[in-house]
Design a protein around this ligand. Structure first.
Ligand SMILES: [Zn+2]
Length: 127
């Protein structure tokens, strides 16, 4: 993995960016193992989808999430996977294909199941 240093890339507030598998780290930022693992996960996502589709889906998902509550960037499926597993050095060895979407679907399913349980509890006469 090739790492480049830049004064201007990525934007202020971000430590690093993965551009087609090349990592650009902002000058003055220490590229620790967590950061590099985060970017490695993005590289795996890019290879799986193809670089163009990755950036298109990434951008679309960000735009769709932008008007909603919370940080749109952190809610992007690709980012959720990367942030959730950046501290697991061996994650890429066990990672399943299309993991960001599996993660998103599982999370929605969990929420639905949780809502059903809460509803059931509310109307349970034994409580
Ligand atoms: Zn990221």
């Amino acid at each position: 993995m090739k790492i480049y240093r830049s004064k201007r890339i990525p934007f202020k507030g971000f430590a690093a960016i993965n551009l087609f598998g090349f990592i650009v780290v902002r000058k003055g930022v220490f590229a620790n193992e967590t950061l590099l693992n985060h970017e490695r996960i993005h590289t795996a996502q890019m290879r799986e989808l193809g670089f163009i589709f990755f950036y298109v889906f990434y951008g679309l998902e960000w735009l769709i999430r932008l008007p909603f509550k919370g940080n749109a960037y952190r809610k992007i499926s690709f980012e959720q996977e990367a942030y959730d597993h950046q501290n697991e050095p061996s994650y890429l060895e066990v990672r399943k294909h299309f993991a960001p979407y599996r993660f998103y679907l599982l999370k929605r399913k969990k929420k639905k199941t949780q809502k059903k349980r809460n509803k059931t509890k509310r109307f349970d006469p034994t409580l």
